[in-house]
Design a protein around this ligand. Sequence first.
Ligand code: NI
Length: 254
Amino acid sequence: MKNIFDSHAHYNDEQFDIDRDSLLASLPEAGIVGIINCGTDVASSAASLEMAEKYPFVYAACGYHPESALEFTDDNLTEIEKMLSHGKCVAVGEIGLEYHYDFVPKDVQIAVFEKHLQLAVKHDMPVIVHDREAHADTMALLKKYKPKGVLHCYSGSAEMAKEVLKLGMYIGLGGAVTFKNAVKPVEVAEMIPLDRLLLETDCPYMAPVPMRGKRNNSAYIEFVAEKIASVRGISAQELLDITADNTRKLFDIK
Ligand code: NI
């Protein structure tokens, strides 16, 4: 397959330390045309920009993940804001709310999320949003700030997806749609207008069936594409073509 655009990856993760460069260099041969590597704090956002400078098909998102929100300071916000003007920074991310793990108090997460939403609106840049078991608070803040962007690794209901679509936002689906117990992601894959869908890995996590449990990488998106395409009655290649176009459009990538 070709024209695979991975809208959400973490190649700076230590799981890639042993073979990061050889793996990234091999991906175009596997049909990968684009990757958005998401930072989760200043160091990983800087690492994403470095990777984007090295590989023409890699782009960066810069921001603070909710799990890094405790260490966040206003100085960090200034640094992130500077990064946004880099030619290969295409989004503010990965930002959002993580209520499954309670490492960081909700009010701290919300404050950091809001500062990033304000930054995105100020610079007219899309956001890449993490929402785990935090649907109500996430939707309230998205409705308040109305950024463009994507809800990545979407785990909400089809009902909530309608609200997301009404805001003009996109929905990112990945390995979870292939899991045997997947109900909601498959319902969303069935109902979502194809011009609002992005594909993603969230690698090294969330490897799709039949690679579940292994280290994920962008080439495994073909399993996600096959699953969603079968639900929609189109070919996996058609789905890859459409979602690659969607990703370029949302993130203004030529
Ligand atoms: Ni992620």
